[in-house]
Ligand binder design. Sequence first.
Ligand code: FES
Ligand code: FES
Length: 163
Amino acid sequence: MHEISVKITINQKDYERNIQPNTLLVDFLREELGLTGTHVGCDTSQCGACMVLHNKSAIKSCSILVAQLNKQEITTIENLQKDNELHPMQNAFRNNHGLQCGFCTPGMIMSAISLVNENSNPSEKDIRKYLEGNLCRCTGYQNIIKSIEEGAKDMKEPRITNV
Ligand code: FES
Ligand code: FES
């Protein structure tokens, strides 16, 4: 297969690469750029461990080609922390024990931020519905829901959570 040239902005950094046209975004992130915070948990596009933000919305990076994102912008979990401070949604997961093994967590957090970008005051029902594309094998979801409720509040009014 002939390589194609793509330009893509990842975590506010511009990349220009020659790639195979069938390169999935998740493979590009993990193997080409070493951004292994984006996980692969299935081969059926069901688990959501691979979620990243495209503009302000979560997308499954295992289900999109880099070639489809030419000249577009992607944010991964690695870019949420600013000035050594966790993102409010990351803090909320930590405060509320919203994870056990942590495998699903990057995808959960990217979906949660995407939800709050669309709806700054989500109800429990809104959160459960939005998480239909994210699977967790460990937690039973209750603490994930609590985390997202707190994270949504803190995204509006970030507070110091140095505990
Ligand atoms: S790796 Fe499971 S949905 Fe993408
Ligand atoms: S915390 Fe283990 S899969 Fe979600």
